[in-house]
Design a protein around this ligand. Structure first.
Ligand code: LMR
Length: 329
């Protein structure tokens, strides 16, 4: 009779252990640097919603926007250390991990985001998702933001001459550095979270970004002129720590892959609308003047930036550049 409570206790302990194991949750920390009301911000939230719905009790996704957890410069390191499981840096920020992705920074390569989408969903784009697997980084998806515009603290911003000698904040990309050097300007690599203050205090005179980033970071409040150059893109690769991803239970990996595919479709559908709506908000706010460029103006920018292509052609590969150009249709 005396042994009964002991048996009960043992059974309880086993049951508790079993249910604990059954409920062992995969916690996915997803860190990014932009605001929630942007294409990437919305994509990350959608991914959380879908992943938790598809894998109830098995997965929790924690989204950290606006460089709250890790900013530029730290997030790749954090991913490789396993401090965060997913990040979605702009394609410009993988310079140190692969030269192939420099493709996306070549100025005036893509006519619009539809062309970017065609290239990314084709064989060459899909293959590039694996460009960093040897470094422990697994590409899961491309997410769009939009075309870049150029802004400065000066009144005149129509022709390449207007940016000569000015200081520009750039993302950590050698192509973007070469782009501003070709224009006779002074590029400065800087984390996204620091840009507003750098513009406000005059540490830099200008920057390049999409309408959604300009609006959500209030860059238009600390810039005088924004020229609609559409000279490049800000697009993202959602990446995971490859070891973590490959080590996930098969059902969890499957559910997360499905959630990622659906969140990608959602975010990519929203991106253009968000950017156009934010463009309107910037115009309506009336703080910075928005300049629409003529064909002649744009031809002058193209000509001034052209030498950049030659410099990076060998590293990127001429075939890859050719394939990207074909996606313009
Ligand atoms: C930037 O640094 O300007 C962008 O890459 C930020 C982002 O993630 O859109």
């Amino acid at each position: 009779m005396k042994r009964l409570p002991v048996l009960f206790a043992g059974a309880f302990a086993l049951a508790a252990l079993a249910s604990g194991l059954a409920q062992a949750q995969t916690v996915v920390k997803f860190s990014h640097v932009v605001a929630e009301n942007t294409p990437k911000g919305q994509g990350a939230l959608k991914f959380k919603e879908l992943a938790e719905k598809k894998l109830p009790g098995k997965v929790t996704v924690q989204v950290f926007p606006s460089s709250q957890l890790f900013g530029d410069g730290k997030e790749m390191e954090a991913l490789l250390l396993g401090d965060v499981q997913l990040i979605a840096p702009s394609l410009s920020k993988f310079d140190r991990y692969t030269k192939k992705l420099q493709l996306f920074d070549l100025p005036f390569l893509f006519d619009n985001i539809d062309a970017v989408d065609r290239f990314q969903s084709g064989p060459d784009g899909v293959a590039l998702l694996d460009a960093m697997t040897s470094k422990g980084v697994k590409g899961l998806a491309y997410w769009h933001n939009g075309m870049k515009q150029l802004s400065t603290s000066r009144d005149a911003l129509r022709r390449p001459e207007d940016v000569k000698g000015l200081k520009f904040r750039i993302q950590a990309s050698d192509v973007l550095e070469a782009q501003f050097r070709a224009l006779g300007a002074n590029p400065q690599k800087m984390a996204f979270a620091e840009v507003y203050q750098a513009l406000q205090t005059g540490v830099v005179d200008g920057q390049e970004n999409t309408w959604s980033n300009i609006w959500s970071q209030k860059f238009h409040e600390v810039q005088k002129t924004i020229a609609e150059t559409n000279h490049g893109i800000v697009d993202y690769m959602v990446v995971a720590n490859a070891k973590w991803w490959d080590g996930l239970p098969a059902d969890v990996r499957k559910g997360l892959s499905e959630a990622m595919a659906e969140a990608t479709a959602h975010a990519n559908k929203l991106a253009e609308d968000i950017n156009q709506a934010d463009r309107r908000k910037v115009v309506d706010a009336g703080k910075a003047k928005v300049v629409t460029l003529t064909k002649e103006d744009l031809a002058a920018w193209r000509k001034a930036i052209e030498p950049v292509w030659k410099k990076f052609e060998a590293d990127i590969g001429p075939e890859l550049i050719g394939a990207a150009l074909k996606s313009n249709g």
